[in-house]
Design a binder for this molecule. Structure first.
Ligand SMILES: [Zn+2]
Length: 290
């Protein structure tokens, strides 16, 4: 009886080894040699304490993921990335001699602005589009995306924040996003009215100052915690801003305003005029623990 049991255990162990080997054979690296690094980094001269990050800046998909099964056309739409956000971030970093950390790969592969374990981190649908490559993934395939694209982005932001601190400054963190004028699945009847939105959660100082400045522009409609709430959304702002006690905010600019280079430059130039004024305010120069 015992001998029979030993044989069964051995057979099962061999099966497990074989199955694992098959998964390993099926597992292909997320990035192939020669493909771009996951993070685009623009480094200022440390004259500025501003760190800009664009979580949804890129819509690149690694060759091995074959356009995620949805095609290049869909990836170029708002579901694939935040149109214009990377360009605004680059221009703003240049104007302010600041640091910008930009995610190069599409949020549909893994969304760096979501907690791991959130179903939207590797979404199976987005605004009505199905994403076949994200269905029935193995744990190993998901872990590969996390290792290759997710952690390097967050580590880059924290590393750069450390360099700003080393230079003797208190960092201020601005998350740059863009939003579609109307979500296909929700807003067709009532398009979103704002030109931009400012999001924050418990630490409101950077957000309050941005809203106050922007509402001085005649005709500009600025949403407060719109089109999304900084309380329920904004994982990066919480991890790299709120939990580090530094001033932080997330700005969302409507995509039709920054889909051209002229629009991108206008917004970057405009932000580069109001942010230095904001950074000089007393409450922006202290740690705040929540
Ligand atoms: Zn975004």
């Amino acid at each position: 009886m015992l001998r029979h049991l030993d044989q069964c255990i051995e057979i099962n162990a061999q099966r497990i080894i074989k199955t694992t080997a098959i998964f390993r054979l099926m597992s292909v690296p997320v990035l192939l040699p020669g493909e771009p690094e996951p993070v685009e980094l623009i480094r200022g001269q440390r004259a500025s304490r501003l760190l800009i990050h664009a979580d949804h800046g890129g819509n690149t998909v690694p060759r091995n993921l074959n356009h995620l099964g949805i095609g290049a056309d869909t990836l170029s739409r708002h579901v694939g990335w935040d149109i214009g956000a990377a360009a605004v971030s680059r221009h703003l970093a240049m104007r302010m001699d600041a640091t910008a950390v930009i995610a190069r790969y599409s949020r549909l592969i893994i969304d760096v602005n979501r907690a791991l374990g959130d179903p939207e981190a590797i979404p199976q649908t987005s605004d009505g589009f199905a994403i076949p490559a994200n269905v029935n993934m193995t744990a190993e395939q998901q872990a590969d995306r996390v290792r290759t694209l997710y952690w390097p982005y967050h580590q880059s932001i924290d590393w750069e924040l450390g360099l700003i601190r080393e230079a003797g400054h208190l960092p201020a963190v601005l998350s740059v996003h863009s939003f579609t004028p109307a979500l296909m699945s929700r807003d067709r009847v009532k398009p979103r009215p704002w030109h931009c939105g400012v999001m924050f959660s418990r630490d409101t100082r950077f957000g309050d100052h941005l809203i106050a400045e922007m509402r001085k522009v005649p005709g500009m409609i600025v949403g407060e915690n719109e089109p999304y709430s900084g309380i329920t959304h904004g994982y990066c702002a919480k991890v790299h801003g709120l939990s580090q006690s530094v001033p932080h905010a997330q700005i969302e600019i409507r995509q039709d305003l920054i889909c051209t280079e002229a629009g991108q430059r206008w917004w970057a130039d405009y932000l580069a005029t109001i942010i230095p004024v904001i950074l000089n305010k007393d409450d922006m120069n202290e740690l705040r623990h929540y």
